[in-house]
Write a protein that binds this ligand. Structure first.
Ligand SMILES: CCCCCCCCCC/C=C\CCC/C=C/C(=O)SCCNC(=O)CCNC(=O)[C@H](O)C(C)(C)COP(=O)(O)OP(=O)(O)OC[C@H]1O[C@@H](n2cnc3c(N)ncnc32)[C@H](O)[C@@H]1OP(=O)(O)O
Ligand SMILES: Cc1cc2nc3c(=O)[nH]c(=O)nc-3n(C[C@H](O)[C@H](O)[C@H](O)COP(=O)(O)OP(=O)(O)OC[C@H]3O[C@@H](n4cnc5c(N)ncnc54)[C@H](O)[C@@H]3O)c2cc1C
Length: 666
């Protein structure tokens, strides 16, 4: 905020019962992370090249060129200022524009790191790190995305020349969707069916050069372009999602990523001791980062809706006094505060997921693979439930802002358009929950075998208790006890998984049973993932959390998150007998009283996200709350207002009006 500028939300900030600066540290993860983030946010906000308030007005070509300009400028600043990897990634975050660089750093580099041999990493990574080559992740095809085993692109080994021939045999085998592919990438990690000596060996990744490093023209045998405009204006259209066809393109044998499976000069296929599923490892990595992205997108929408709800007044004036702030309506609170609590919940579960991922990666380096299935289930499941909830929440925040939420300059329409594909990319959310369900059913089926479930399924080891326990909640206060809440969530989740397993057992063919029961399985998987989020929030509170009143606020938010989920899925809790209707009603009573506790802290709780006005890019979410004059000024900047009488008046409006006058005279 400018020095000396009026703060229309100052009164809201004064009622906060906790130290906002300390909460900023907790949200950022550490004082160091906050400092870096704050510095990079200001660096980006103060640089005119990174202006983004005009994005939705630009044509696709202008938008794309501007994105290239921003990406090049960001890279120049990163090099000039010798920014660390952490600082550079914060710069990209605050530039806040989907670009080919997301896929280069987020998928191409991790694919080589995760699936390449040491030698391959040494050859390719230095080039990628210096951006002397730019890469994308080309897996999905026109005909297949979810079903990776169904991909049709082939990579046939030619022992005569020691090369692979990469080929697109059908229209549906055209690569379709990869970000950065359409217009920018010089290279791709392309996924194709490996064929050696007429035998198929599954889908593997191959580094393929697509464009000349001299003039950017496609290499012989490569057909490549952009797939066209996507949902919304601005939004994801800054990304060149692409189409790619290979016509018998030859690449050297050593460009197959060979950590999982090697093809020798003689055409011998050697499976290493690394599990085949590591070929999917890049997706596991990105799914984990997408959970953190969910907390960012959600907190951004909630920040806008909360500040605006405190500024906006409707009805309720008494004796000529001010009208009621809409944030004081209980309905507004019951729609908004659970989303605020969800933003914090997703933040902490993403912190935990990152540590799980790091731990599993270290184990994989040591040749320990036992935790891989759990890492896959957690990343897939949490990616699914957090992105679905966030997409819904952004739209809810738009509605919470009434009519003004529908204006582009509220920031919410573009945020929704840019965010909503997260429910599809990196795995369709339903398909991913089915993966979690497989994992849960397998865990349940092994319960009798003496195999003790560990990690996030450890609670299933107490199946005997959880299958018949009764919640002893007797008052609304009892719902503030994390143990009580967790037990209700565990009972619900276990009972749903067990019911699925029992129903599955009735089918002679398990795959047929799985297909028939898919809708129930998805619900059981979501229940398990919600339990993880609730548990990790409570576990966060076991840590030392410094700062006056910070822990207290987080306790309130954790209860709000848990009881909101319970209220929303009350049917599950009741039908599984995990709680009684009376206990469900008490949970709702508690929720109401928690909303009242959040109310005086709401604006401070969103200030703790530490977002600059540049990052938020929302008139409604301005830090100073100076909404109306800004809305008014912004309206006049619209190109339609460049002239008082619009283009087209002479051709289309005037003849109409004249026509009416003639008719009236007749
Ligand atoms: C430093 C700067 C950083 C900047 C950071 C910026 C980051 C920004 C990132 C960018 C963000 C957004 C951009 C979006 C880009 C989007 C990219 C994409 O969308 S890429 C394409 C993604 N595609 C998918 O996700 C496809 C989904 N489908 C699948 O994952 C699979 O096909 C699947 C799992 C659905 C089925 O596979 P398959 O049929 O082969 O397997 P089975 O079902 O038979 O299972 C076999 C067995 O394997 C287990 N399994 C499956 N997947 C995995 C895995 N990933 N890991 C481990 N194990 C796995 C499965 O559970 C089975 O186990 P079993 O014990 O046999 O039951
Ligand atoms: C913005 C964006 C960026 C992308 N970037 C990339 C990229 O960089 N690289 C890349 O390789 N790909 C990329 N993709 C592709 C993306 O990964 C796929 O679109 C995604 O994995 C979903 O696959 P699909 O399109 O085949 O959906 P489908 O599988 O065809 O899904 C269609 C419907 O069928 C349902 N369905 C499918 N299978 C099942 C099942 N077994 N059981 C029940 N229901 C099922 C789904 O739930 C969905 O409702 C991107 C996609 C988008 C939208």
């Amino acid at each position: 905020m400018e020095v000396g500028a009026p703060d229309y939300l100052a009164g809201e900030r004064q009622t906060a019962e906790f130290d906002v600066e300390s909460m900023k540290v907790t949200w950022a993860g550490s004082r160091h992370a906050l400092e870096v983030s704050d510095r990079m946010a200001r660096l980006v906000a103060s640089d005119p090249v990174f202006r983004k308030d005009n994005r939705v007005m630009l044509s696709r070509k202008e938008l794309f060129k501007n994105t290239l300009r921003k990406a090049a400028h960001a890279w120049k600043r990163i090099v000039e200022l010798r920014l660390t990897e952490e600082e550079a990634s914060r710069v990209r975050f605050f530039v806040d524009e989907p670009a080919f660089t997301d896929l280069h750093w987020g998928m191409f580099v991790p694919a080589i790191k995760g699936q390449g041999t040491e030698e391959q990493q040494q050859k390719w990574l230095p080039l990628a790190y210096k951006m002397q080559i730019i890469g994308c992740y080309a897996q999905t095809e026109l005909g297949h995305g979810s079903n990776v085993q169904g991909l049709e692109t082939t990579a046939t080994f030619d022992p005569k020349t020691d090369e692979f021939i990469i080929h697109s045999p059908t229209l549906t085998s055209s690569k379709w969707w990869p970000g950065g592919l359409g217009k920018v990438s010089t290279h791709a990690v392309a996924y194709a069916r490996l064929i050696v000596d007429g035998q198929e060996h599954g889908v593997h990744g191959f580094i393929v050069q697509l464009r000349s490093l001299d003039d950017h023209m496609p290499l012989p045998g490569i057909t490549v372009g952009d797939i066209g405009m996507k949902f919304g204006s601005g939004a994801y259209n800054s990304m060149d999602n692409g189409v790619l066809r290979f016509d018998n393109v030859r690449i050297p044998r050593d460009q197959m990523l060979m950590r999982v499976l090697q093809v020798t000069r003689e055409g011998k296929v050697i499976q290493s001791d690394v599990p085949r599923q590591l070929i999917y490892g890049t997706m596991v990595f990105v799914r984990q980062t997408i959970v953190a992205d969910a907390s960012c997108a959600l907190s951004r929408a909630v920040c806008i809706a909360t500040r605006y709800s405190a500024v906006r007044r409707q009805f309720g004036s008494q004796n000529g006094g001010p009208e009621t702030q809409v944030i004081d309506y209980k309905t507004q609170q019951s729609r908004l505060f659970p989303l605020l609590a969800s933003a914090y919940a997703f933040r902490f579960v993403s912190e935990w997921l990152k540590s799980l991922y790091t731990d599993v990666t270290e184990k994989l380096q040591r040749g320990e693979f036992s935790t891989l299935p759990e890492a896959h289930a957690c990343t897939a499941g949490l990616k699914s439930i957090t992105t679905s909830a966030t997409a819904d929440a952004i739209e809810e925040c738009r509605k919470l802002c009434g009519g003004h939420g529908y204006l582009a300059n509220s920031g919410l329409p573009e945020l929704f358009a840019v965010y909503v594909p997260a429910c599809t990319y990196e795995g369709d959310n339903t398909v991913l929950l089915l993966q979690v369900a497989r994992f849960l059913v397998k865990t349940v089926s092994q319960l009798g075998s003496g195999k003790v479930p560990v990690g996030t399924t450890a609670y299933m080891g107490r199946a005997r208790h959880l299958i018949q326990c009764k919640s002893n909640v007797q008052s609304a206060e009892d719902w503030l006890n994390p143990q009580v809440v967790v037990e209700a969530f565990e009972a619900r989740s276990l009972r749903m998984s067990v019911a699925c397993a029992e129903n599955l057992a009735k089918f002679p063919n398990p795959e047929e049973g799985f297909a028939q029961l898919a809708a129930d399985l998805v619900e059981a998987a979501a229940a398990h993932c919600q339990l993880i989020v609730v548990t990790k929030f409570f576990e966060k509170l076991q840590q030392d959390i410094p700062g006056k009143g910070v822990k207290k606020q987080l306790q309130i938010l954790s209860s709000v998150y848990a009881l909101y989920i319970l209220h929303k899925h009350l049917g599950d809790f009741l039908s599984t007998g995990s709680i009684t209707p009376k206990q469900g009603a008490l949970a709702n009573d508690q929720l109401r009283s928690l909303y009242s506790k959040i109310r005086p802290n709401a604006v401070a709780l969103v200030d703790a996200f530490n977002y600059t006005d540049h990052y938020l890019s929302s008139v409604l979410g301005r830090y100073d709350g100076n909404v109306y004059p800004t809305l008014y000024e912004e309206a006049w900047k619209d190109p339609l207002n460049d002239s008082v009488v619009p283009d087209g008046y002479q051709e289309y409006i005037r003849p109409l009006l004249k026509q009416q006058i003639r008719n009236a005279r007749l």
